[in-house]
Design a protein. Structure first.
Length: 384
């Protein structure tokens, strides 16, 4: 796997100028991303999958590697076979006692810990300082998926000692029309801990190779003097997404149809204290909720989301747990709340209609029972 660049092939440009322009622009973007994530350097990739595979492969250094993932198996399904072919085994943990983590790392011969800033399924966070500290005591490297870290503005794991950060930017406005889908960022400590200080790090090697032989004649439609401004705007936009997610969570938590809302920013959440400690400027753009009525109401809300989806929300329904996952992709909280109000008003209308039908059905059944009883009683009296 190698780093790639962006956009469409253009044949009308001079190759040397195009290559030089690409290298300069990409280098500036990578430097800015590294700065945001508190790292020493960053590398752009086409996709999140290729970035993660390349990162683990290069950390591996031609030896068997065991990865302890705090993310579920479903997050690795597409990559397991490819990783196993290069000698990487992924093991999973959902829960751990703080005083047992070190023992787990030793017994399972863990080389890499992999976790997300915000757990993709549980929408919770861990005690990052403890995990990073315990990992480094046991000579284990730590990778953070910081895709919900708003380019380091919500949380920058490297500042707390993480070795690498990987972030998915494929859904962000700035990179949506490019072929950049993810970044890998390394910490300063990775370079300092190198066995040979004169040996070039693998990230720099890829960049050097990219600069010498550039096969793709592509043009990045981002002006160099606009890079910092655009990326700062992206960070601000994602922080606004986080604020909208908090507003939605609070609104849903007060709704009588909702059984539970899971979002790190809600004070009654069991992980709120950790979230308040680590996520200083926001709590991410993702939340989930479940309904009291797991049958009729669930079917109505699910159907409404599937047929009339709001463009500023990405909604996924877990059919097994019957939970609704919402990722906010808009800064317009008023429109989102209006949409949700419409969804639950529609739910109330359907419930009211259903209750009316059930009441009429019950009355009809009672009336039929009474008629049958009356006829039977009348006939029996005629026999005597």
């Amino acid at each position: 796997m190698t780093a790639i660049t962006i956009s469409q092939v253009l044949d009308s440009y001079d190759e040397n100028n195009t290559v030089q322009k690409n290298n300069t622009t990409i280098d500036l973007i990578e430097k800015q991303i590294a700065c945001f994530e508190s790292g020493s350097s960053a590398l752009a990739y086409r996709s999140f999958r290729s970035a993660r595979f390349s990162l683990i492969k290069n950390i591996k250094r031609n030896k068997n590697v065991n990865v302890l993932s705090f993310e579920p198996y479903t997050n690795w399904t597409s990559d397991i076979k490819a990783l196993e072919r290069i000698g990487v085994q992924v093991k999973y943990t959902d829960y751990y006692e703080l005083d047992e983590l070190s023992e787990k790392l030793l017994l399972q011969k863990i080389n890499i810990i992999y976790l997300s800033t915000i757990h993709t399924k549980k929408i919770t966070i861990h005690d990052f300082n403890y995990i990073i500290h315990t990992a480094h005591i046991n000579n284990v490297e730590v990778i953070f998926d910081n895709s919900f870290g708003a380019l380091g503005s919500i949380y920058a794991p490297i500042a707390d000692g993480a070795d690498y950060v990987i972030t998915n930017v494929s859904e962000t406005d700035t990179f949506k029309n490019t072929l950049i889908g993810a970044f890998v960022v390394k910490s300063y400590s990775v370079a300092e801990s190198s066995l040979n200080i004169f040996e070039e790090h693998w990230i720099e090697k890829i960049k050097h190779k990219r600069g010498i032989s550039f096969a793709n004649k592509v043009l990045i439609n981002i002006k160099e003097d606009r890079i910092v401004t655009l990326l700062e705007e992206e960070r601000s936009r994602q922080l606004e997404y986080s604020k909208v997610a908090l507003t939605i969570s609070k609104w849903l938590s007060r709704h009588e149809s909702i059984m539970e809302v899971v979002y790190p920013g809600i004070e009654k959440n069991e992980f709120y204290l950790l979230a308040d400690k680590y996520l200083e400027k926001g709590f991410g753009a993702k939340l989930k909720f479940s309904l009291w009525d797991n049958e009729y109401s669930y079917a109505i809300v699910r159907g409404y989301f599937l047929t009339a989806l709001f463009s500023g929300l990405k909604i996924i329904v877990d059919k097994e747990t019957k939970e609704f996952y919402i990722e906010v992709l808009t800064t317009d909280s008023i429109s989102v709340l209006r949409y949700l109000q419409k969804v639950f008003s529609n739910l109330y209308t359907n419930i009211s209609f259903r209750n009316t039908l059930l009441k009429k059905k019950e009355e009809k059944m009672n009336a039929q029972k009474y008629v049958q009883y009356s006829l039977t009683h009348y006939i029996s009296k005629r026999k005597y």
